[in-house]
Design a protein around this ligand. Structure first.
Ligand code: TXA
Ligand code: MG
Length: 320
């Protein structure tokens, strides 16, 4: 956990309109004062993020939600109290104090309380809600370590708080619970099964081929720089001494790959999620010409892992 003095300084940077990258339990966020339109604009600039992709606002405590936005629908409040702090992002009406740039002009706002003591301490010390997308350049791999933030965004960030590797390793689950039945807008670190146990039946949008509902969940996203392909098992080595990488769930393929990352030898999808982006960052740095990835079991957080892998692969399909 970052030192307390570091948190106080970082909070001052936020209040002054600066950008602070900080660890959450999911991935590192790139934070700015959510009440300050100019500070929020710097996030879009630093990430080269299109202005149509709204930010998530972070609060220190569940009790801060109604202070910021007023009364929320009972189902939204129930999920907040059940899962915050935690990897669940909820959709609420945007209050007037939040400038439209934060929500890309939407009348709704995404909000969560991260389950990471230093993140909550930072937001509390700043004394303002903190808008923070993942701290990576748009479309690229999310950062699960401070080093990923530094290598991806570098000088564009005023302060990077280093809290080591993040616990979940994959972004929050985004849910719109304002209607009669909750709608999952992005699969994430809160497992669908847990959500259903608490909220009853939910619908999931978008399908991997459907229209994105959370504007940032484009079909192509979360991509390494190296072309990535989903495979159902190891493929024979190509001729020509090509170096390929393999992202495996439980076990390395017998042969044919120069670099192999195994996500969870014990076959645990939660562990696989925690290691996914870190493994992809390493494969990306390994000098391979192509990454082959196998899907993990479609259960629990494994759904979110497969979702990220499909989007990473789609980036390269789209590229031809
Ligand atoms: O775990 C996380 O959620 C991390 C940490 C830093 O909190 N943040 C994160 O932010 O993943 P980002 O910007 O990479 O993804 C935010 C997603 C985008 O897909 C965006 O479109 C969606 O949230 N979003 C934001 N506001 C929304 C809104 N009002 N309605 C629907 N989707 C929204
Ligand atoms: Mg992101």
């Amino acid at each position: 956990m970052p030192a307390e003095s570091g948190i106080a300084e970082a909070a001052a940077v936020l209040r002054a309109g600066g950008l602070v990258a900080f660890p959450t339990e999911t991935v590192y966020g790139l934070g700015a004062n959510a009440l300050d339109a100019r500070a929020a604009a710097r996030i879009f600039q630093a990430k080269a993020r299109p202005s149509f992709d709204p930010l998530i606002t972070h609060l220190a405590d569940a009790a801060d939600l109604e202070k910021l936005v007023g009364a929320v629908p009972a189902a939204v409040a129930a999920l907040a109290w059940r899962f915050w702090p935690g990897p669940l992002t909820l959709i609420v009406d945007r209050p007037a104090v939040i400038p439209p740039i934060v929500t890309s002009g939407l009348d709704t706002m995404a909000v969560r309380v991260p389950d990471e003591p230093s993140a909550r301490a930072l937001v509390r010390a700043a004394g303002v809600p903190v808008a923070a997308p993942s701290a990576n350049r748009f479309g690229q791999l999310s950062p699960t370590r401070a080093e990923h933030v530094v290598s991806g965004l570098g000088a564009a960030v005023d302060v990077v708080l280093d809290g080591g590797a993040t616990r979940c390793g994959i972004e929050s689950t985004i849910v719109d619970a304002r209607g009669p039945q909750p709608v999952v807008l992005r699969l994430g670190a809160l497992a669908l099964e847990e959500l259903v146990a608490a909220a009853g039946p939910v619908s999931v949008r978008p399908g991997s081929s459907g229209q994105p509902v959370a504007p940032g969940t484009l079909a192509a996203h979360y991509a390494p720089r190296t072309p990535l392909r989903l495979v159902s098992g190891a493929e024979p080595a190509p001729g020509g001494g090509e170096r390929r990488g393999f992202l495996a769930f439980r076990a390395a393929p017998a042969a044919g790959y120069a670099v192999v990352e195994v996500l969870s030898p014990g076959g645990d999808v939660t562990e696989a999620a925690a290691r996914l982006f870190d493994a992809l960052h390493r494969l990306d740095a390994a000098g391979v010409t192509e990454i082959h990835a196998e899907a993990v079991p479609e259960e629990g957080v494994g759904r979110a892992v497969n979702d990220r892998l499909r989007r990473a692969a789609a980036t390269w399909n789209a590229a031809g």
